[in-house]
Design a protein around this ligand. Sequence first.
Ligand code: 5AD
Ligand code: SF4
Length: 470
Amino acid sequence: MTTSPREKNAPRDVNEAAIIAAKSDIASGKNSKKVFIKTYGCQMNVYDSERMADVLSPIGYAPTDAPDHADLVILNTCHIREKAAEKVYSELGRIRKYKETNKPDMKVAVAGCVAQAEGAEIMSRAPVVDMVLGPQTYHKLPEMIAKVHRGTGQLLETEFDTLEKFDELPELRQPKGFSSFLTIQEGCDKFCTFCVVPYTRGAEVSRSVAHVVAEARQLAAHGVREITLIGQNVNAYNGLGEDGKEWTLGQLIRHVALIGGIDRIRFTTSHPRDMDDDLIETLGNEPKLMPYLHLPIQAGSNKVLHAMNRGHTYAEYKELIAKIRAARPDIALSGDFIVGFPGETETDFQQTMKCVEEIGYGSSFSFKYSVRPGTPGAGLPRQVPEDEKQDRLVRLQALLYQQQQDFNKSLIGQTLSVLVEGVGRKDDQLFGRSPYLQGTHFDGPKDLVGQIVNVKITDAGRNSLVGELA
Ligand code: 5AD
Ligand code: SF4
């Protein structure tokens, strides 16, 4: 069925009507509401939460860090592992009690991937919830809020149209600091057998170069110095370029690097299969790209990689890493690992340990496999018992944490550029991020916040660095 331009514009009209009505309320002093957004999970959720705040600002909602005072509470949820969803349900229990005793007119929304995957279940399991909206529908929040206030009962919006969402979002970004995420790609077509993302975020879709550049320029105009280009499969980026052709991530990065004010660029999360030569060369040649790459392998055994449908072997990954290191010798690698995927034996697990020893990671994220209903992994035989998963995770993390600590210690004595993001706990203490993303603490005057300064590293722990202005 084709959609006429008029129909396609209809939701925008409703949004605009809600915005106009709310703006007149604000002008008359009737409306200055507070929204509390709690974000779970990945960077894309952090980005989405900021965009929800952007959507709500024109209708009179100001963000608050105090849930107790909020007129609207939004839980922006993550479904990647079991515990993430359970945390949402227990948070909803606390909200229900608070709402019943203190603030009966508080409205509650559940957004994000749990909302997408379990929309109807959330509504029946948690009647306190007024609105359930998936990751592709949060531009409809003003319309949904208006309806809820009219007493429509619980509302569910979990359609899929990623590009429509980006078209409908307001232009103004209100970045919180000097480093900002920018979504360039969403969804995933890789279908790793353990993962829910292809089901909750949908198919791979890339935003056009023009859209990305316009948003990056707005961020720069608001003082942002560092942009992290994000996507579930960011290096599968193939957005429409200014020449009408599909652009690669390397091309896009080189273009964003031309924007004045943007001094640092990062991108995440990459898939080994989409790491093309152009991107590797860009890592080597583009000075604004930070020397840090998150490139998950998940497991070291070829048998497990195959069962996970990762589409590459350990040898191929190792070869890729060698190529990347040849192009950018100072690069630090970060990875994701899963232990206890169905069928993983102790011998397979030892291959993961060998991979970590051979590759060497500056930072990492490691997880026990968690069954995700609806994914192929859930139906596989030979699920690994919980105690074995736990035992493997402990051994893997001991190695990964040691590597992280050793990497941080190896930086002692070096001078690193640090983007100063804010002040520390004590007077004259500053906090920023190194090129390798470590939090870095040092003394200095407050007016350096927002600047990129040289810091000589004097001490290092597993999670952060300490230094002095160089
Ligand atoms: N169980 C455990 N870890 C998972 N991840 C994704 N799905 C699962 C799952 N079902 C991990 C992967 C991925 C990261 C974002 O989360 O390591 O790269
Ligand atoms: Fe999930 Fe695999 Fe896609 Fe990453 S590449 S989002 S792990 S399906």
